[in-house]
Design a protein around this ligand. Structure first.
Ligand SMILES: [Fe+2]
Length: 237
């Protein structure tokens, strides 16, 4: 049973899991975030699978107007969603339209080009293989990231813990080594990491696609978030 949980007014979380290995041996918790706009329309960030009954629940919240594939990794199911919601505008990470020629035409995500009045978009630079874009939801003062930062505390799968330890992201707020390995321009990535730290300083929470929500108003959790980004931020100095 998939549940849609209210995180903040007009911000919903759909928690599921993503298998990175057969038989569920490596299974990351994964989140889709849904925002409801002032017009009552829905924006779906990083839509995941298992969507049959979910679609019915979602339809009760409002019409889906926007679907976001925020990076070059989280796009597996977006075609199913586009089929279910043909009137929704697709927002694709740069390069995804070439990678997924089966998808309908969409807009390319771009820094400074908001999805809606309440949802701003920022680019993570220097990592072209993932081309992640992150978002700030103004009304709830939330930062939404996909793979840029993990905060996985609970998980299933016999090998998941081992993989998270190897990635340096076991039960803590962290940037995985796998993500840092995707950096192709250290100076650009460092500038992005520093910009995100600065951005987060004025926000209340981080909503990651993998793991628990980080309370940025907590000195301890905010410091942990800053520490997570420090290696990347320092690498281009
Ligand atoms: Fe991911």
């Amino acid at each position: 049973m998939v549940r849609i949980e209210l995180v903040q007014p007009d911000v919903f979380s759909i928690d599921s899991a993503f298998d990175l290995a057969p038989l569920g041996l490596v299974r990351f918790p994964a989140r889709t975030v849904v925002f409801r706009t002032g017009k009552g329309e829905l924006i779906v960030h990083a839509p995941l699978g298992n969507a049959g009954e979910l679609f019915e629940q979602l339809d009760e919240l409002g019409p889906v107007a926007h679907l976001i594939a925020p990076n070059l990794f989280h796009h597996t199911y977006i075609g199913d969603w586009a089929e279910r919601y043909p009137d929704a505008t697709l927002h694709l990470a740069p390069g995804l339209a070439d990678k997924r020629s089966d998808l309908p035409a969409g807009r390319t995500l771009s820094a400074g080009q908001p999805i809606d009045d309440d949802l701003s978009c920022f680019a993570i630079c220097g990592m072209r293989k993932i081309a992640e874009h992150i978002f700030v939801h103004g009304p709830s003062r939330s930062l939404v990231v996909t793979d840029f930062v993990f905060n996985i505390r609970e998980f299933s799968g016999l090998m998941t813990g081992l993989v998270l330890r190897m990635a340096g992201a076991h039960r803590r707020c962290a940037q995985s080594r796998l993500i840092r390995a995707l950096v192709d321009d250290k100076a650009e990535a460092a500038a992005s990491a520093r910009a995100v730290i600065e951005l987060a300083a004025s926000l209340d929470r981080l909503i990651p696609a993998h793991g628990e929500i980080v309370d940025l108003t907590s000195a301890e959790q905010s410091a942990a978030f800053g520490t997570a980004l420090t290696p990347m931020a320092a690498a281009g100095a």
